[in-house]
Design a protein around this ligand. Structure first.
Ligand code: PLP
Length: 390
């Protein structure tokens, strides 16, 4: 057996999600009486829409339920694509999954071979790199710095040799919140067509935008695989419901795979999600909470001594360079947590190369918690700066 044959038989090396370690420590400290503010994950502090909860109560009381994919829900999501982006998607192309996490596994596993090279931005969401590796594909990280607003560019994709089999695009992105403008999405789609690169577009933060409309990759490339979820804008992360939009040609393969992977997505969550999609006033009020939180944090950046940040156009994250205070973001996050009770995510989760100089601060908490976190962090950050050699 050759060396490469052997490696295909071995389990892939999967890096832990270090923010989970920070979160576990936060819960331990809370158990010992500490006052903790969770800013390590992008978990909405706003509740699921009232209509979603009412629908779930009603179903629990009246329907024994079973394995099921909701035809009304897939039809409603298809309508959402027509109304929001002006693109036509058939309900049969919408495949319900357990969150965007499972939609990402489905998009990759059903459409790429083991060994496929999948490009992605670095920094980027931790699960892109780790899921690609777990599926025995090869993550190809493209370093994206401040000048590119930490986002992929069509130019970087055009210059990548050899051309990858696929690319994961995320706009708004985690951990930066940056949004790709329509022209760049169109240019990326063009390069991918020319170079035969399949696009997976993670649109989980659509709806959470503070800088104008977000565009779906489907507006520029009808064969893109679209990943989305009820976890963020719809404020239903624990309901574990997401979807994949599969192009017609890939639909039978994706459907065959999802049946084996999940049977179906959770029935209860699908009933609730259908109601959530029409809870627009409540959902838009949630966006205002996050807009306010973002403003509070941006206003506090000088007092925190944080200059180098990406513009958080959307989502609920600030990707902050703390290189003037530490070269070890994981220790920095744990020290910050122990001293102040504020839990943040270490940059190493999102960028294995430069991430030791960065932290990710989520502002998905309540506004009162964000204000309290700022008040706690300002003196601690000042102390860290004062400790650095002149
Ligand atoms: C960019 C991105 N994609 C996908 C996910 C997975 O979300 P879920 O499985 O809750 O839908 C997350 C979660 O934070 C994320 O930030």
């Amino acid at each position: 057996m050759s060396r490469s044959d052997t490696s295909l038989c071995m389990p892939a090396e999967i890096e832990p999600f270090h923010a989970i370690g920070v979160s576990v420590l936060a819960h331990e400290l809370k158990g010992r009486g500490a006052s903790i503010i969770h800013m390590e994950f992008g978990q909405p502090s706003t509740p699921a829409p009232k209509a979603a909860i009412a629908a779930a109560h009603h179903v629990l009381d009246t329907d024994p339920m079973g394995y099921w994919e909701s035809a009304p829900l897939t039809a409603r999501i298809a309508r959402h694509y027509a109304e929001t982006y002006g693109v036509e998607v058939q309900p049969r192309q919408i495949i319900m999954t357990c969150g965007a996490s499972a939609a990402l596994v489905l998009a990759l596993a059903a459409n790429f071979e083991a060994g496929a090279r999948i490009a992605m931005a670095r920094p980027g969401y931790v699960a892109y790199r780790n899921t690609v590796a777990a599926l025995h594909m090869t993550p190809v990280e493209i370093a994206c710095g401040h000048n590119e607003r930490f986002q992929l560019t069509a130019r970087a994709l055009a210059e990548l040799e050899p051309a990858p089999a696929g690319v994961i695009v995320a706009s708004p992105a985690n951990p930066t919140g940056t949004i790709l403008p329509a022209e760049e999405l169109a240019a990326i789609a063009r390069v991918c067509r020319e170079r035969n690169i399949r696009i997976i577009s993670d649109e989980i933060y659509h709806g959470l935008s503070y800088a104008g409309a977000t565009h779906s990759m489907l507006e520029f490339e009808p064969t893109a695989l679209i990943v989305n979820s009820f976890s963020k804008y719809y404020s239903m992360a624990p309901w574990r419901l997401g979807w994949l939009v599969a192009p017609e040609a890939d639909r039978p393969r994706c459907r065959a795979f999802v049946g084996n992977l999940l049977l179906t997505a959770p029935s209860l969550a699908q009933h609730a999600a259908l109601a959530a999609m029409d809870a627009t006033p409540e959902l838009e009020a949630n966006v205002e909470v996050y807009r306010r939180n973002r403003e509070r944090l941006l206003a506090a950046l000088p007092a925190l001594g944080l200059k180098e940040i990406a513009p958080p156009d959307g989502a609920f994250y600030i990707w902050a360079d703390v290189g003037h205070m530490t070269g070890d973001s994981l220790t920095f996050c744990k020290d910050l947590l122990r001293a102040t009770g504020v839990a943040t995510a270490p940059g190493v989760d999102f960028d294995p190369v430069e991430g030791r100089h960065f932290i990710c601060i989520s502002f998905a908490a309540s506004t009162a918690q964000v204000e309290e976190a700022i008040a706690r962090m300002i003196p601690w950050f000042a102390d860290q700066r004062a400790r650095q050699p002149a």
